[in-house]
Design a protein. Structure first.
Length: 229
């Protein structure tokens, strides 16, 4: 593979040396001598790699290669675009919806019986929060339900995009002031979606997924461009 487009000696070193996730890297001094690159330059590139989640620096251990996680790079870019106003959350939400719809059948056919039980448990926990006293919004259950549906996809780019969506969703505080009725409707759909998955009625599940994306259109068309989860 040609790596000339990878404008970082440190990242090229990670690839060429075939360091496995969890393995410790040599010191920057050692890497610098091997590559003929100054330690100062490598330190700058190391910080970029840390920001991408590709390496970590641990006390008394040193530099450690981390597993590839596409969400780290996506999230930083998304939050920057939203923060500057050069992008809208709805645009990212539309992309996420297209991904879930397109990969729906592949994803749900790979779910195990244990995955399906997990989905049912998340629905139960969400209803317990919504019908409890005091009432709690099931934000974590919302995230985990969608990610669990797609958890068996062997595609790190899809997984990364979906995980980044939920991090951006939480950062946006999109549904912070949503009415109680909104959450009841959302979870009525979620419950039906899970029922369809458990019954292997994947076509009905997809129709329900698409319908639930269209909840509260006034949110999707609001000034902040936020759409439903």
């Amino acid at each position: 593979m040609r790596l000339n487009k990878l404008d970082s000696a440190f990242l090229r070193y990670l690839v060429d040396s075939e360091v496995a996730p969890g393995e410790r890297l040599p010191t920057l001094n050692q890497i610098g001598k091997e590559l003929g690159v100054s330690v100062g330059k490598l330190r700058e590139q190391l910080e970029i790699a840390r920001g991408l989640g590709l390496v970590s620096v641990r006390p008394r251990v040193g530099i450690v290669r981390e597993p590839f996680d596409f969400s780290q790079a996506v999230l930083a870019s998304v939050l920057f675009g939203l923060g500057t106003g050069e992008a809208q959350f709805k645009q990212f939400s539309d992309l996420r919806q297209a991904i879930e719809i397109d990969f729906w059948e592949t994803a749900v056919r790979e779910l195990t019986p244990e995955d399906k039980k997990q989905l049912q448990m998340l629905v139960e926990k969400a209803w317990a929060k919504l019908k409890g006293s005091p009432i709690h919004v099931p934000n974590e259950e919302h995230r985990q339900l969608h990610l669990t549906i797609f958890c068996r996809l062997e595609n790190p780019f899809v997984q990364g995009m979906l995980a980044a969506y939920w991090d951006a969703y939480e950062a946006s505080e999109l549904t912070r002031f949503s009415p109680y009725d909104y959450w009841l409707e959302v979870w009525e759909y979620h419950e039906k979606i899970v029922e369809a998955i458990v019954q292997d009625d994947f076509a009905s599940g997809l129709l329900l997924l698409k319908a639930h994306f269209g909840l509260l259109p006034e949110l999707a068309s609001g000034a902040n461009g936020f759409g439903p989860g």
